[in-house]
Design a protein around this ligand. Structure first.
Ligand code: SAH
Length: 407
């Protein structure tokens, strides 16, 4: 096995179990794409083993911090099995069958994401090492996920290019049957169709599950504007909790079409907790650019009781943070102005580079410019199936704030 020797004094983050070794920390040593390497300190001590990525600035991703445990096929299979095992609560609880099974670095499997949609697993492999172990990972998921019918891969993700991995549009089945065109999943009182081939990421935003439920509890009898709605999640939750009117806005035609289907599907859910769902809530679906739509509402004098802002990632890296902050301020300021007295703003950032502190600051500036006072009534974050390893704070990317207007 090839060795990677670290520069003097650059071993401390590995000793704290941070999984990334940047190229600048490497004194010597190389290997092929995705090969397992032994990581050695400048003093000659073996610190563990990692996956080598020749094309990436993150040159090695650690998978074993134990000098005596070389990550072979059994080791990788066990990592997958334990990650699935940590989701046992979800399988026992059964209130959802859409669950993230492996959350990359934070589950000890760098660059591997695996999401379960009602018996069908969809993966993304974004590190050379995860790619190299694809067959082992797929077999392990098929074996250890209860009721697993298929394991597929989506390779249409830009970060694969940075890693020197091929980009492919089509979903590829790695194990089991061909998944259906639309997979029906349950999330509490909601039912959704998930498109595993063309849907965003692996098909759906499982990470906002808790935030959707939190927003739902505030929605009774309210006029709700759900911006960047994708396939409708926040709006559907609001409706099951008795919202009077829900306006769903997204720029994507496909997303809006699926949001309409999901509204119809959820309305027929026999487990509905709120009675008369279909007659209570009036849905409106709008295919539009939110930046323009909010301005149009302002110009037309429209107002709302509850606004959700869940935009896509505005900052891909630290260099883009200031530009992203301007984008966040713009939409939050506009939304704050559209809120009726006592109204609620549920606002999110999924940009990892945008810190909680900076996001709070942007919101405070927006409120000041809107000449309104707000109270923070809750914070949200990615759900428990998207854990953040303590040694890997970079894993926290999704932050949410729920604000109430005091005027
Ligand atoms: N809230 C959703 C997830 C939102 S993801 C949920 O709970 O599932 C972000 C969404 O923003 C995507 O659906 C994308 O199509 C949409 N989007 C991106 N830019 C947009 C814009 N300028 N205006 C409206 N929608 C936009």
């Amino acid at each position: 096995m090839n060795k990677v020797i670290l520069k003097k004094g650059r071993d401390w983050s590995v000793r704290k179990h941070h999984p990334w070794i940047f190229s600048g920390a490497v004194e010597s040593g190389a290997a092929g794409q995705g090969e397992t390497v032994e990581v050695v300190s400048a003093e000659g001590e073996t610190l563990g083993y990692g996956w080598f990525s020749p094309a990436s600035q993150i040159r090695v991703r650690m998978v074993s911090f134990d000098a005596t445990r070389v990550p072979d096929e059994k080791f990788v299979t066990d990592l997958v099995a334990s990650s699935v095992g940590r989701r046992a609560d979800f399988f026992v609880d059964c209130s959802t069958n859409g669950v993230r099974l492996v959350n990359a670095e934070s589950d000890g499997l760098p660059g591997l994401v695996a999401d379960l949609y009602n018996g069908h697993v969809v993966c993304q492999f974004t590190s050379a090492g995860a790619e190299a172990w694809k067959a082992t990972v797929a077999k392990a998921l098929m074996t250890y996920v209860p009721g697993c019918q298929s394991v597929s891969e989506r390779a249409d993700i830009d970060v694969r290019k940075k890693e020197g991995l091929p980009y492919a549009e089509e979903l590829v089945v790695l194990e089991g049957v061909e998944p259906p065109a639309l997979i029906e999943i349950v999330e509490g009182p909601i039912r959704y169709y998930v498109d595993p081939r063309k849907g965003h990421k692996t098909g759906f935003y499982l990470d906002q599950r808790d935030a959707r439920a939190a927003v739902g509890t505030l929605a009774a009898a309210r006029d709700v504007l759900n911006c960047f709605c994708y396939t409708g999640g926040f709006g559907l939750y609001a409706a099951t909790c008795g919202a009077a009117h829900v306006t769903q806005v997204d720029i994507s035609h496909e997303a809006i079409e699926l949001a309409k289907k999901n509204a119809a599907l959820t309305a027929t859910n026999p487990d509905q907790t709120v009675k008369n769902f279909s007659t209570q809530t009036v849905f409106e679906h709008v295919e539009a650019d939110v930046f323009k739509y909010l301005r149009q509402c302002r110009d037309e004098g429209k107002t709302f009781d509850l606004i959700v802002l869940d935009p896509p990632k505005f900052a891909e890296s630290k260099a883009q943070v200031m530009k992203a902050a301007r984008g966040y301020k713009d939409i939050n300021l506009l939304a704050m102005k559209l809120l009726r007295p006592g109204g609620i703003l549920a606002t999110f950032s999924c940009s990892g580079a945008m810190t909680t502190e900076l996001f709070d600051k942007v919101l405070a500036e927006a409120a000041a410019d809107a000449h309104k006072d707000f109270q923070m009534i809750a914070r949200t974050r990615q759900g428990a199936d998207h854990p953040v390893a303590l040694a890997f704070p970079e894993g926290l990317y999704l932050k949410g704030v729920i604000l109430r207007s005091m005027s």
